[in-house]
Write a protein that binds this ligand. Structure first.
Ligand code: CUA
Length: 161
């Protein structure tokens, strides 16, 4: 083989090696940026609960918003086909809200559009995530896990005043 063909071979090989190294680096960089700069948090399992006993088990026996301290709120949601309870909450702008949710029946999603809140709501499991709401507005809380016929109708509102 002459030197020219060898050189072309090296260039082609490098052309494949470069993306296979660069792509994982780009993904890791994206994860670091979303975790530390954008504030995306992976929701953790905050506990277990018996799905049949939600009506008698705190905090899910009283879904809704509670003020824990000035500017700090807790919002408890029950998801079931095809609604969230409550279907609307109101909080003042500048609040930190900890969302606590579980499902009465099947797996649902819990995504608040325009915020880092994005979790799965699983029967038997408590999902928990805290978000900051600096600006007033109406934020759509939607189910983004397919949960049956009226999945697309399953939403609630977070009103920030
Ligand atoms: Cu609940 Cu889709």
């Amino acid at each position: 083989m002459n030197d020219n063909r060898k050189l072309i071979g090296y260039i082609f090989e490098f052309g494949w090696i470069l993306p296979s190294v660069a792509i994982p680096f780009a993904v890791i960089t994206a994860i670091i940026i979303t975790a530390f700069a954008v504030g995306i948090r992976v929701p953790s399992v905050a506990g277990r609960i018996e799905p049949q006993a939600l009506n008698t088990t705190a905090p899910f026996n009283e879904p809704g918003v509670k003020e824990l301290a000035p500017g700090k709120y807790e919002a408890v949601f029950v998801a079931q086909t095809w609604q969230f309870t409550p279907n609307q909450i109101e909080i003042p702008a500048g609040s930190d809200v900890t969302f606590i949710a579980t499902s009465r029946d099947v797996i649902h999603g819990f995504k608040i559009v325009g915020t880092p809140v994005n979790m799965m709501v699983v029967p038997g499991q408590i999902s928990k995530l805290t978000a900051h709401f600096p600006k007033p507005g109406i934020y759509l809380l939607e189910c983004h896990e397919y949960c049956g016929m009226l999945h697309h109708m399953m939403f609630a509102k977070v009103i920030v005043k």
